[in-house]
Design a protein around this ligand. Structure first.
Ligand code: FAD
Length: 399
């Protein structure tokens, strides 16, 4: 025990220098029992468990573990624990390096085409994704990139320059759209890119007049054969890790599903095209929208679930149809709260990545849900999340 007190003093000093606030104990000897079940930490095949401990509770937690007959075999700052990903996960398996974003050697194409010199592609097809009874318009658009140098990765975006000029007579600025296809494109010939675009429509706050967004209307009204000015690709925030065993948690509202369609198609639909990426981990998609007919790509998602029940889960939050436990509208944060304990177990795995994409402001509810659960384990969610961000395991793209 004195060894650990020494170690704690050393870590306390180190944490003051490095601003570390959370540590991970690896503990052996905590067999499953009524008491240890309450610890609620994943048990590794080797029989050890990881327990995340905030700095303030280190001493107390050590005494508690000792009372339960456990023995601490290592203590690491959370950041080091996460970096040790290549050595061991909670299931005791070896894993590959973490993210493409962290892997500096990986080629990430950026800005092959800039606004001054965009690539002019052609619209190959435009399909309505909102079914009867749903609200608004969302189109799946497929663009031909033949003759271009444009290569991209799942999770990146492209820019679209709408034709014409703004109210000051200047050419319209580009708008960004998340790419909804894999690098191989929907036709698997490495020659197309797809988008999932909602037509922006709102009531003018003063006149009450209906206003339609410039670029989204242009895209949603596009016909087969029309030209389209494309820039990019851009973005390194939402890249998918190379690790085939990773846990990928995806939280989307509306068109926020676009990058996740690309992820899921790469994981499950294009195995033949990617012999070096045979996903065997867990992908869990949370999708929020107003009505069932607004669930984008519903049939394909449910087909994937049927084919890969062990590796893919989808959870919907349909605000105007489902009720949360307090009788209010079911928003995505309520689904996060309902599943927060399991999510917390998953998020602690060193090769787990969480992605949030869609409406600006959706992060607030997700943080609320996670805080409530991590609070039960005396872990401060905002500290933990900061570390996840530093480790490139918490990815947000909202607009
Ligand atoms: C990284 C990134 C990825 C994106 N991915 C996608 C995607 O995959 N799919 C997608 O559909 N969109 C996506 N977007 C959003 C997209 O870039 C455009 O912002 C969107 O299509 C609207 O552009 P627009 O030209 O139609 O609207 P604009 O004509 O530019 O109008 C937008 C403006 O209208 C005003 N406005 C909007 N709503 C209201 C309101 N309710 N009340 C009052 N005023 C309002 C605001 O001033 C706003 O700036 C993404 C954005 C980013 C940054």
């Amino acid at each position: 025990m004195s060894h650990y007190i020494g170690k704690i003093l050393y870590l306390m000093e180190k944490q003051t220098m490095n601003n570390q606030t959370t540590f991970v104990y690896e503990v052996e000897g905590l067999r499953q029992s009524e008491t240890t079940d309450k610890v609620n930490n994943p048990v590794r095949q080797s029989g050890t468990v990881y327990i995340t401990v905030p700095y303030k509770r280190m001493n107390q937690e050590m005494q508690r573990i000792s009372r339960m007959g456990g023995k601490i075999v290592s203590i690491k700052p959370l950041s080091e624990h996460s970096k040790a990903n290549g050595k061991a996960t909670q299931t005791g398996e070896k894993t590959k390096p973490m993210t493409q974003a962290k892997d500096k050697k990986k080629e990430i194409p950026v800005n092959t085409y800039r606004p001054k010199n965009p690539f002019v592609g052609k619209c190959l097809s435009s399909t309505e994704l909102v079914r009867e009874g749903g609200e608004g318009t969302v189109r799946h658009l497929l663009f031909d990139l033949s003759g271009s140098e444009l290569k991209y990765l799942e999770g990146q975006s492209i820019g679209i320059i709408p034709p014409g000029t703004d109210d000051k007579g200047k050419p319209h600025k580009l708008r960004l759209y998340s790419i909804a296809s894999t690098r191989h494109g929907d036709n698997l010939d490495d020659n197309t890119v797809s988008l999932c675009v909602r037509q922006l429509e709102y009531k003018h706050p003063e006149t009450g007049e209906k206003v339609y967004g410039v670029c989204s209307s242009y895209l949603c009204n596009m016909n087969e054969g029309d030209d389209v000015s494309i820039t990019g690709p851009v973005g390194k925030e939402m890249l998918l890790p190379d690790d085939e065993d990773a846990t990928i948690i995806m939280i989307a509202t509306g068109t926020g599903i676009a990058p996740f369609r690309a992820f899921l198609w790469r994981m499950f639909k294009e195995r033949e095209q990617n012999p070096d990426y045979q996903f065997k981990g867990l992908a869990w998609l949370f999708f929020g929208c107003a009505y069932t007919p607004n669930i984008l790509y519903k049939e394909e998602l449910e087909e994937l679930q049927r084919q890969f029940p062990e590796n893919f889960r989808v959870t919907y939050a349909i605000s105007r149809e489902q009720k949360n436990k307090d009788g209010g509208k079911m928003y995505i944060q309520h689904r996060i709260q309902e599943n927060a304990e399991e999510l917390w177990q998953l998020i602690q795995k060193p090769n787990a990545h969480t992605y949030i994409c869609g409406l600006k402001g959706m992060e607030g509810g997700i943080d609320e849900g996670m805080s409530a659960v991590t609070g039960q384990f005396n872990v401060d969610w905002s500290d933990y999340q900061k570390q996840l961000k530093k480790d490139h395991r918490w990815h947000v793209e909202t607009y």
